[in-house]
Every structure is written in C-alpha cells, then in structure tokens.
Write a protein that binds this ligand. Structure first.
Ligand SMILES: [Zn+2]
Length: 176
C-alpha cells in the first residue's frame, strides 16, 4: 500500500454520509509512525473500530482502540510490548462558525466543512497511553533482560573520570 493511499483512511468525509451510524475500521501501524515520529514508539499495531454518527448539527466519532505498541524499557533499555485498549469520543459540531474549543472532546468545525482528518487526534490518543515509566515487569508479561541489567549496573559502578563542570553552572543558577 502506498503511503498516500494508507493515509486516506484518516479523512472522515462525513458530509457524504447518510444521517445515522456507520462503522469504519482504521489501522494504525508503522507507516503511521513514519509520518508521526515519536521516540517512545518503536512499532505500533493498533486497530481502531470507529463508529461515526452523523446528525443534523454534529458528528460523533467513537474510537474503540485495541492493539500493541512496542516501546523501550526504562530499566533494561530493551524492547517492551505494551497492550493498548482504550475508548474515546470526539464530537464535531458542524453548524455555526469554526472556533476554539475549551473542551478537548469537542471540535467546532463550522458549516462549510465536509471532512475531518483524525490523524492528529489518533496520534495523541496513542501517545498519551504510554506511561511515563515503562518497565517490563511492571507493565506486562515480559521480563527485563538480565544481561542488560548486569551491564547497566556495571556501568553505574564505574567512577566518572572527569568532574562535570555543568554542575557548577547549575549551582550558580540556583543561587540567583
Ligand atoms: Zn526491561
């Protein structure tokens, strides 16, 4: 599949939909993260079952996401497979004028819009599912690589050869 064709699925051309519900399946894989690069995401395979409901004045998008993201363990630095499962709802208001929204679940599009691209919102949904601390034994069935842990411990034990002058700069900053 060409990149261009792949990304077409994220354009929700709601104005051509009949009123009522329709189901759309979207696949978020490595092609997606070649465009939306994130250092925490090594690989991704998430299926999104999307329920789009078109009404007179709004379109609701229900995201049902399941799959896996491969990231890196903070402790042993090896690959870590994280299962992902999450539901989200986004409301597109399609009457009136486009304006800023103070609710992250609502987007004001205005009545001239006929489609909405969900790439950015999907990126945010997936990235916010990755915890700040990602560790094998605490997040899944996999365990840390003992060889790597040993090497990291050894590296920690090695005395620093040179005094790091950046500490002086930091100390000065604190005093000011
Ligand atoms: Zn680990």
């Amino acid at each position: 599949m060409k990149d261009k064709d792949y990304f077409k699925q994220f354009d929700i051309r709601f104005a051509s939909f009949a009123f009522g519900c329709r189901q759309i399946d979207v696949e978020v894989n490595d092609l997606f993260f070649e465009k939306y690069i994130n250092e925490d995401i090594q690989a991704c395979n998430v299926r999104i079952h999307l329920t789009v409901e078109r009404k007179e004045t709004m379109v609701s998008l229900e995201f049902d996401m399941h799959g896996t993201v491969i990231t890196f363990c903070d402790r042993c630095l090896e690959k870590l497979t994280m299962p992902i499962s999450k539901q989200e709802i986004l409301i597109l208001k399609t009457t009136g004028k486009p304006k800023e929204s103070d609710n992250e679940n609502i987007v004001y599009l205005g009545d001239k819009e006929y489609s909405y691209n969900i790439e950015q919102i999907i990126y945010e949904y997936i990235v916010t599912l990755i915890p700040i601390r990602k560790v094998h034994t605490e997040t899944g069935d996999e365990i840390c690589n003992p060889e790597m842990l040993k090497l990291i411990e050894q590296a920690k034990g090695t005395p620093q050869p040179k005094y790091d002058e950046r500490w002086d700069v930091l100390k000065k900053l604190k005093l000011e």
